[in-house]
Design a protein around this ligand. Structure first.
Ligand code: PAF
Length: 252
């Protein structure tokens, strides 16, 4: 299964290709989940193009698309929330309160309805993957969680449905995000291991953007690294124009 919110792009197609390689049948769900949007205007701005999405799924050889209505997913009286503590709390959790409860609730419901053997998620949403892995392990969900690498445009920007809302000037400013990640990867390769130094390198490229966070943390716990020998992930969230973008790189 590939859970999506539609507005499909090549990043989603890479998830579908991966799902096809892993399973006998591929199901894609398309559902813009209102529970994971704190801000009604962000939900209203979320792009949607069901016909275009269905074409993409057809071309990618998807066997079944499930695109339920909001009433179908959350009928009157729906009163359940699934909440993952810990990894959901910093970063996106702090900046988008309730977001991960919405994600955990909808993913649990999508898994319960479709009952896939496995589900493929994109590495761009690093914290989402951490939350879903925790959810799946804690509830003993019989669904293998697979993570596909981030797909980038020719200029390095990670593919995201939100990119469609970047005007050319904002898009070129947004390139500071992949540049910051490349800079930190380069520093890591040249032996820099200290969190403060890595974060300084990250931040230097992001000057001028409205940055929510640019942090280097432990990839398992998303908290402070134990020491300089510990693995690391660099996480960035910034708003460019009116578009909030996230990206990351695992340093290993
Ligand atoms: O990553 C997404 O598109 C969404 O958060 C997901 C996993 C489909 C849940 O709505």
């Amino acid at each position: 299964m590939v859970p999506t919110m539609g507005a499909l792009h090549d990043g989603h197609v890479s998830l579908m290709d991966r799902a096809r390689a892993l399973g006998d049948h591929v199901v894609v769900s398309i559902f813009v989940n209102p529970l994971q949007f704190g801000d009604a205007s962000d939900l209203a701005k979320y792009p949607s193009d069901l016909d275009g999405d269905l074409d993409i799924c057809r071309r990618a050889g998807v066997d079944l698309v499930w695109a339920p209505s909001i009433d179908h997913m959350y009928p009157d009286g729906f009163a359940t929330r699934v909440s993952v503590t810990g990894v959901s709390e910093p970063f996106e959790g702090r900046h988008r309160p309730g977001h991960f409860d919405g994600v955990a609730t909808v993913v649990t419901k999508l898994f319960a309805v479709i009952r896939p053997d496995g589900a493929v998620f994109g590495a761009k949403d690093f914290q989402q993957v951490a939350v879903i892995k925790r959810l799946s392990a804690d509830l003993g969900l019989p669904v293998g969680i697979d993570v596909a690498p981030t797909v980038r445009d020719h200029d390095g920007l990670a593919l995201s449905s939100r990119n469609a809302r970047l005007d050319p000037a904002s898009r070129s400013r947004a390139l500071a995000i992949p540049r910051s990640l490349t800079a930190v990867e380069k520093a890591w390769r040249s032996g820099v291991r200290h969190t403060d130094e890595l974060e300084t390198i990250l931040a230097a490229e992001l000057l001028g953007l409205d940055v929510d966070y640019a942090s280097v943390v432990d990839p398992q716990t998303l908290s402070t690294r134990r020491d300089d020998h510990a693995p690391a992930v660099a996480l960035v969230a910034a708003t460019v124009g009116s578009v909030r973008l996230i990206d990351n790189t695992v340093l290993d």
